[in-house]
Design a protein around this ligand. Sequence first.
Ligand code: ADP
Ligand code: ZN
Length: 511
Amino acid sequence: MRPLDQLLHDIFGFSSFRGVQEEVVMRVMQARDTLAVMPTGAGKSLCYQLPAVALDGTAIVISPLIALMQDQVRSARANGIRAAALTSMSEDWRETQDRFQSGELDLLYVAPERATTDGFGRLLEQARISLFAVDEAHCVSEWGHDFRPDYRLLRPLLDHFGAPRLALTATADRRTRADILNQLGIAEDGLIVAGFDRPNIRYHVVPRQGLPAQLKALAKAHPGPGIVYCPSRAQTERVAEKMRAEGRSAAPYHAGLDKTVRAANQEAFVASEDMLVAATIAFGMGIDKPDVRFIAHAGLPKSIEAYYQETGRAGRDGDPAEAWLFWGAEDFARARRRIESEVEPARRPAERDRLNALAAFVEAATCRRAILLRHFGEDPPERCGNCDNCLHPPRTIDVTTIAQKILSAAFRTEMRFGIAYLAQVLGGDDNEKVRMNGHHALSVFGIMDGEELRFVRPVARSLMARDALRADDYGGLSFGPGAKAILKGEQAVEIAMPPRPPRGSRRVSAD
Ligand code: ADP
Ligand code: ZN
């Protein structure tokens, strides 16, 4: 057999392996089961495609998304690899099955729900399998951010056929990794983790304060290609519109757009050197554009994993790139409500943990990169020198008393009011509504001075992020599990000094 380097060159045209690729490929060739955790862009496909060509038989690739499968098949074929997919979209089922059975395929892509059918099992019995590659393997874990029950049914298949298994994922914290190993029956020493650091990406996390102006400034500072992730389809349209009004080439991208429009927008973006795309999170998967200069989030991402993956689409060429996250307290309120109403009860604790990790990240006054890397199980230096908090260390301030006053006011007003109203009560605003509710007579009426009032919003945001305050559907703030300890003085509350004071008040920023 040709040495691996030769194969690498002949099949892919690459002169050397990157990072852990060689180690992973070697293990697969030696039939040792492996879980490879490699960040997006690290080159996971090669880890199974190369062995698939080198080994006898066909590699079965389990992949959750038809669109991704089709991309993979296309790019594999472009490298002369004999690849096919069995999906509802495939028109050449019969032919693919025949080629598979007569050993003429290097790679066969299939979705988990198909892989676990009896029919597919019978098909496998009649062919020679070189390896099982389980892509997006975090889908097997309930701890992962994208659990798919069908992945759980793969294990019997893997055990029955006994071919070497290679699980791949870009995003898995410690607990999810352990779970993947366990669920797929891979020994602990089969875990290979690539470094997650993307040193050329500069992270910024700031409260949303007049988003249009914030995005405008960003677009102005970055003439190169950028992606703005928006929480809703409507917002992608609005943002794209605004950017065009600023003279930028910009397009929206979301699942509700006509297929041809979407494809055209994506193509234009990939080809462009200055275009902006305002997109829902669907955008970027499977897109290989190395020169994206910034990624902005107009709202909270789903998890740290998702954030890492989405921001990871910036600066793949290694040149400086920026990630900007604009967040608001209402993002957390919405996310918490979703968990308590839409998520199945058994999965709620994991979802709450995920949201709390995200809250700690956005609230942090310490190095962002260190937090991200620790989340992925690395042991990074305390400071990276290339994130907002390292470049402009925020002054922190103890706001425990202010937090206690806000919580008391929420309690005294029966947890039915939002922060604007609570601020009126705390500030002693003797207006009609306050009077009608009789709240001018409360002990908390007027207990804050102007200095403290300036911190009401940032402190409330922080209380919501750490689940001490929860907003109901009507904006009323009630206690979350974290409230008691703060009220009793058992838990201090510190926040980074707010970057800009609200309109009309004196500047309080540290810089
Ligand atoms: P992932 O699935 O991990 O996000 P891909 O498999 O899509 O990554 O690879 C990302 C990019 O890196 C692709 O353009 C691929 O061709 C390129 N690539 C992968 N391995 C190498 C290598 N050893 N040398 C150079 N480029 C590589
Ligand atoms: Zn840093």
